[in-house]
Design a protein around this ligand. Structure first.
Ligand code: NAG
Length: 364
């Protein structure tokens, strides 16, 4: 017998034996995930190094994992950090101030301004918060009898004060959100908090890791990103399609996180990680997903896949316009938020300890 044949048989037997063992020791119960391949990397998706060459740091060393950022009417930037602090950055001087402490172990995610100058904060382990300098109030922790596990992102209607937000998953806490991505089960929801009745209702359920959410300029629809599906959906709030939803953009070349409006008819989508062919291939296999968990390889993979940054702009019709990238991750990696105010682009992230800043001018 040829040696290669013996090897193939031996490997096959080993895999069959490990199959059962892996299923026993793994704590996740993944489904196979079959995605259409990503769009070709041409046109708006053509590789570039715009973020690598134009990035400045704000609050270097002072802002651990600043996942999201928002600016108020006075020009102060607010950033949620993994040390439990909401930090406030002064305009012009970039002075970083500890503003409100949510508590040790808290890692605030989505931030958005309320209609009364308050900060609406998604604390993944607590729920939807109303934060002012001297008060932290819990607005919502469950909807229709199901408790949130990973409150993720929010958008506020300027018309009626409704707060639209996401619970990425009702199964796993933020600390284990990778398990939810690996399982690829629709545990996420798009929610609406009514400021007057204080009741939270469900707009969409069965979402695959419901992440960023944004309102259109005239508040006639929402867009919600489903990280694990590499797509975003549109949910109609007004008009003849009210209450219906459809694909807004899919086949993204990486995994969408937060989505923001620049107020000028464009949405900015932060794409985290990478989506190489072998990632799509591995996501199809429940066995491989359990195996990497049992072998403790998750962090190794994530480090590899997150070694870059990618930001995409689209029209309010979901037409891709262009991307800004740092393919090396040397300037910034794992960008979770791309937030534009005037000609400033701010980049939130998980893993760096600064906020990225790019001055948007004629060349970028
Ligand atoms: C948040 O709290 C402030 C101060 O108590 C209050 O004025 C505001 O209406 C609250 N916002 C929401 C959405 O409940």
């Amino acid at each position: 017998m040829e040696l290669w044949f013996v090897l193939v048989v031996a490997v096959a037997i080993a895999i069959a034996a490990s199959y059962k063992a892996v299923d026993r020791y793994s704590t996740i119960r993944p489904l196979p995930l079959l995605l259409s391949p990503p769009v070709p990397l041409i046109g708006p998706f053509a590789p570039n190094s715009l973020l690598l060459t134009h990035l400045h740091r704000i609050g270097d060393g002072l802002l651990p994992s600043p996942e999201d950022v928002v600016v108020d009417a006075q020009g102060f930037l607010f950033v949620g950090c993994s040390d439990g602090w909401i930090k406030r950055i002064h305009p012009k001087s970039d002075f970083v101030e500890d503003w409100v402490f949510l508590g040790a172990g808290h890692s605030p995610l989505g931030l958005v301004l309320g209609r009364h100058g308050e900060l609406i904060v998604c604390d993944p382990d607590v729920g939807l918060l109303n934060v002012t300098k001297d008060k932290v109030e819990v607005l919502s922790q469950e909807a229709e009898g199901v408790k949130f596990m990973l409150t993720d992102a929010a958008a506020v209607s300027m018309e009626d004060g409704s707060i639209y937000f996401t619970d990425a998953t009702d199964k796993y806490p933020f600390a284990h959100h990778i398990n939810d991505l690996m399982e690829a089960r629709p545990n996420g929801r798009l929610l609406k908090y009514d400021e007057v009745t204080r009741i939270t209702t469900v707009l969409m359920d069965h979402l695959y890791f419901a992440n960023g959410v944004v309102l259109s300029s005239n508040e006639d629809f929402l867009v919600v990103c489903e990280t694990v599906m590499a797509r975003c959906q549109r949910y109609w709030l007004k008009g003849e399609k009210k209450g219906r939803f459809e694909i807004f953009i899919d086949r993204l070349p990486a995994y969408p996180d937060n989505i923001k409006s620049d107020g000028k008819g464009q949405f900015w989508i932060a794409l985290v990680g990478a989506r190489p062919f072998y990632m799509d291939w591995a996501m199809r296999s429940p066995f491989l997903k359990q195996l990497q968990q049992v072998l403790g390889l998750t962090d190794v993979f994530l480090k590899r896949l997150n070694k870059r940054a990618l930001v995409l702009t689209v029209t309010e019709d979901g037409e891709p316009l262009r991307t800004l990238a740092d393919p090396t991750g040397d300037a910034i990696k794992s960008v979770t938020t791309a937030y534009v105010v005037g000609d400033n682009l701010y980049l939130g992230n998980l893993g760096e300890n600064f906020l990225g800043h790019v001055k948007l001018n004629k060349t970028i």
